[in-house]
Design a protein around this ligand. Structure first.
Ligand SMILES: *Cc1c(COP(=O)(O)O)cnc(C)c1O
Length: 386
């Protein structure tokens, strides 16, 4: 059996006629930039997320940068983020001259440890950037209450969790809200392998704030209010019409994609959940999980990273790919060491970088594939465990 980390080709063949027609329509009317497909997509996604405004942009990294520009964050402002995340989250903070303040994560959900946030808040702190890592929401109840108490903005990095819902506490009740629509601004990515992926780069911002939405739209388009009138410093960050046409075809499938990913995750849980060396990903009861990644932790790898490499090599020999998301925490990356001024340690993230293993998960998986992966993984682990 040949297993892929993601299988975009099989997914495409199921929607080929609609996708091809959508792309052809853009080519026929040649409105490659700012075509009508973009407004349609923004409205469709806003309706799906139940949020007032969606503003499309060129990619998920730009979305984060534009969010911070729209909030008027200034050099020297401190921005709180998890130390265990994709580099994009931290990169834009540093790029804007802001100061990233890193926080360790929870060992079982991989998301920012909310109990560690308040001790890092200073008079310079302006925002928290929770990352809904691997497809499950960070603890937004705690994050929103800390943010409200200290008057901080919240930018939700929803690149991996588009479609996930969170039970947000409200008075004595709770309301279900989509990831990215709870904080001040949400950002997401349509990178091809993301849960809602286009066929190139793409991204978007979400907000319920009318003024912010206007400003974000301006920043995406060179700070322009009326053509050739520039009110603020902006960037050129737009979603191509062709990508919007593809996303318009794929968005109606997002819920069934999520179901397929959850099915695969449930099979993994069932087949791997009882092995003493494997910790399966924890489900946070307040959040649904959209399983952008299915990431286990291998206990034995904690003191022996080479053992994990050996497992991966033997998996690869049996045509089973795997990935390490992420092998190095931010504070140990050369580009970011200088921001760890206190020489802080992040024991949980350090442990995770040594022990995580992401297994193939995508919308086209069936039980036979998951069983093949699990049987081989268990056999390899048992053969290499002393
Ligand atoms: C993918 C990703 C981004 C960046 O998105 P791009 O579209 O690749 O720029 C940002 N944050 C996280 C957590 C991501 O996974």
């Amino acid at each position: 059996m040949k297993i892929k980390m993601v299988d975009l080709k099989s997914q495409y063949f199921k929607i080929k006629a609609e996708v091809d027609a959508g792309i052809q329509e853009v080519i026929n009317n040649t409105q490659f930039i700012k075509g009508p497909q973009i407004k349609v997509f923004e409205e469709n996604l806003a309706q799906y997320l139940n949020v007032k405004h969606v503003i499309a942009c060129a990619n998920g990294t730009d979305a984060l940068q534009i969010a911070m520009m729209a909030l008027d964050l200034k050099p020297g402002d401190e921005i709180i983020l998890p130390v265990f995340t994709y580099v994009a989250t931290a990169e834009v903070i540093a790029l804007l001259g802001l100061t990233p303040v890193m926080i360790d994560v929870e060992p079982d959900t991989f998301c920012i440890d909310v109990n560690l946030i308040e001790s890092k808040i200073t008079s310079k702190t302006k925002a928290i950037v929770p990352v809904h890592l691997f497809g499950q929401c960070a603890n937004m109840n705690e994050i929103m209450s800390i943010a409200n108490k200290h008057h901080l903005f919240v930018i939700e990095d929803t690149a991996q969790a588009l479609g996930a819902s969170f039970e947000l506490a409200q008075d004595d009740n709770s309301v279900k809200r989509k990831a990215g629509t709870i904080g001040t601004i949400g950002t997401t990515s349509f990178f091809p392998s993301k849960n809602l992926g286009c066929y190139g780069d793409g991204g978007a911002l979400m907000t319920n704030d009318d003024e912010l939405a206007k400003k974000i739209r301006m920043i995406c388009n060179h700070g322009q209010s009326v053509q050739y009138v520039h009110d603020v410093i902006g960037v050129n960050s737009r979603l191509d019409s062709i990508q919007a046409a593809i996303l318009n075809v794929k968005l109606p499938h997002l819920n069934s994609y999520e179901t397929a990913r959850n099915e695969a995750a449930n099979w993994y849980d069932e087949l791997l959940g009882n092995h003493p060396n494997i910790i399966i990903p924890k489900r946070n009861l307040q959040s649904t999980h959209v399983f952008h990644q299915y990431t286990i932790t291998l206990r034995q790898a904690e003191g022996d990273r080479n053992w994990r490499d050996e497992i991966r090599k033997q998996l690869a020999d049996r045509n089973i790919p795997s990935m390490i998301y992420y092998p190095i925490e931010l504070h140990k990356q050369k580009a970011f060491e200088k921001f760890n001024t206190n020489n802080d340690h992040f024991p949980v993230s350090e442990m995770l970088c040594n022990t995580v293993l992401s297994l193939p998960i995508h919308t086209e998986m069936n039980r036979e594939m998951v069983a093949y992966i699990c049987n081989n993984l268990l056999e390899i682990i048992n053969n290499t465990t002393n």
